[in-house]
Design a protein around this ligand. Structure first.
Ligand SMILES: Cc1cc2nc3c(=O)[nH]c(=O)nc-3n(C[C@H](O)[C@H](O)[C@H](O)COP(=O)(O)O)c2cc1C
Length: 339
């Protein structure tokens, strides 16, 4: 495997990025990825600025290799209290089944600017973004401090916007991908990786990273042949020893059959792919608050479901290739891609 611009820029041995997965990527997981010769990524989207700092320091204790920190670009959404109440009430039957007729749902506030400052102060050298692109001032600030920036796109238009905003590389997220769609411009469109990747490669000059359903060495080679300079792998690493996924979540991954994933907005208000379960089915026609408010409303439910080990009410984010996920350490899984 020959080196290319991107692997040189990211100082990695293999053209692989461990996908940032908020809530799943532990410091051990990110450090194990870095030590295995790929780019580790911290999923810091839901963290406060101070927790982001502590997380970065925990990774730095475990590896002296570079790693990325992934942030959620905040969106401004108008919220109406009446609508929020309706969305909360729509969750009541599920709350009841978890023995909690009421639960607190404080609304979170993004600490994006504070997180950017923390990245600079802690010497992080790669920042990746999803749900939008950072503004000009933020991109300039990061670059002045030698931080490489990576955007996420789900269409050719978004990839072009990422390039124009100064991103050094762009992750192209095919419709197969697990977790939230990174979409931010225009209507939500679902384009499979095999179609989207060559279109983006033809449209932009910056290195392209392929994501979505990459679970085997053959999948990876296909993406590299289609012009990607690296692949970003999430679901294939979800059930590793170092992953922070709940044991019941890992069990659902190992029991997953082909075709078991679906897209839903029910957990967060934003479209995401996960294993179909009772929560998704029960909430199919329910009133939902927009992201990030729906995410705040369901937090208590997801926490209780995790504490009670009830995977039917947990968010089991996973991509279309989840049935191919294997167990083992991060290192063992990466070896299967590069041996
Ligand atoms: C559990 C989970 C959490 C995720 N969280 C994030 C995240 O915090 N930030 C992000 O940019 N992408 C996130 N993603 C999407 C990944 O970056 C990537 O697009 C996806 O995992 C690729 O598809 P695959 O899961 O089929 O490998 C997440 C994916 C999963 C499965």
């Amino acid at each position: 495997m020959s080196k290319n611009d991107l692997t040189t820029m990211l100082a990695i041995d293999y053209p692989i990025i461990q996908a940032p997965m908020a809530g799943v990527t532990t410091p051990e997981f990110v450090a194990a990825s870095a030590e295995a010769g790929v780019l580790g990524s911290v999923g810091a989207g839901y963290l406060s600025a101070e927790d982001t700092r502590q997380f970065i320091r925990e990774v730095q204790k475990r590896t002296d290799k570079a790693f990325a920190v992934n942030l959620f670009v905040p969106e401004h959404v108008e919220m109406n209290q009446l609508y929020l109440r309706e969305a909360y009430e729509a969750l009541q039957p599920i709350g009841q089944q978890l023995g909690m007729p009421f639960w607190k749902a404080p609304l979170s506030e993004s600490e994006f600017d504070g997180q950017v400052q923390v990245l600079i102060e802690e010497g992080v050298k790669i920042a990746s973004f999803t749900f939008g692109l950072p503004d000009e001032k933020t991109v300039r600030l990061l670059k002045e401090h030698g931080v490489h920036v990576i955007g996420t796109a789900t269409t050719v238009e978004e990839a072009t916007l990422a390039e124009q905003s100064g991103m050094d590389a762009v992750v192209v997220q095919g419709s197969e991908a697990g977790g939230h769609r990174g979409s931010f411009a225009g209507e939500l469109t679902l384009i499979p990786l095999a179609k989207l990747l060559p279109e983006v490669v033809a449209a932009v000059e910056i290195p392209v990273i392929a994501a979505g359903g990459i679970a085997t060495k053959a999948h990876m080679e296909q993406a590299l042949l289609a012009g990607a300079q690296a692949v970003q792998i999430g679901t294939a690493l979800l059930a590793t020893d170092e992953s922070g996924a709940h044991p019941k979540y890992k069990q659902a991954i190992f029991e997953a059959e082909e075709g078991c994933t679906t897209l839903t907005k029910a957990f967060s208000g934003k479209t995401a792919r996960g294993i179909r379960n009772q929560f998704i089915m029960d909430m199919r026609d329910a009133v939902l608050a927009p992201y990030p408010y729906q995410n705040d409303l369901t937090k208590g439910i997801r926490k209780a479901a995790a504490a009670q080990g009830k995977s039917e009410f947990m968010s089991l984010w996973a991509g279309e290739s989840v049935h191919l996920t294997q167990d083992g350490s991060v290192k063992a899984i990466i070896e299967r891609f590069v041996e």
